[in-house]
Design a protein around this ligand. Sequence first.
Ligand code: SAH
Length: 220
Amino acid sequence: MDKKELVLQYLEKLLVANETTNLTRISSWEEALVLHIEDSLVALEEINAAPEGLYGDLGTGGGFPGVPLAIYTGRETVLVDSVKKKVRILADIVSEIGMSETVSTYGGRIEDLAKEKPGAFSVLTARALSQLNSLLELSSPLLKRGGQLICYKAKVSEEEIQSALDICDLVGMKLLNRRSLVLSDGITTREIIVFQKIGSPKVKLPRNVGMAQHNPLVKK
Ligand code: SAH
């Protein structure tokens, strides 16, 4: 089956499952084609340019951008979400479309995955998960040196960028690339921001569960 067909099959099954379990707030097919499929694939170029190896989608929710990117890149992929029930449904759908050899799931906190698999990932994505500074802190312990974090942001303020830049050194990351675009609906703006792991963090990571998102690191 071709990639596009596989992605559409995934979406179809997800929207059916979404009728009984809350997996995504987008329930119309037309809207999902743009906001889930087209949007997820926006950073295909960035993920293909990242070092070879394991890919993780942090806070995957209904599997976005993780599943479309897994299908289009063929990378070994882990979909990560703390809501175990969601992740179990994603695993079932992934298996139904015949992708379970490349795509696995982790039902737990990103912080706990970082303790289980430190430095295991070559590339990570995060859409609609957290502020950039929190994403940097959560990602750093999971990434190998040279590994990349690809952030999907809607509108990003210069303050948010600055807070992230301020802690890059602390978490051993640097800003690699930034670009913005508008989706085919003509209204949804998207910014793709890529960071790279360049060295060991200067603080012990992960910190306790919840700290990165509720009490982000700041520059001293
Ligand atoms: N990436 C998806 C979902 C975004 S909602 C999309 O763009 O459509 C954010 C998701 O992240 C939720 O499903 C929530 O359960 C998960 N999440 C938030 N913090 C987390 C953490 N620390 N560890 C694991 N999952 C987390």
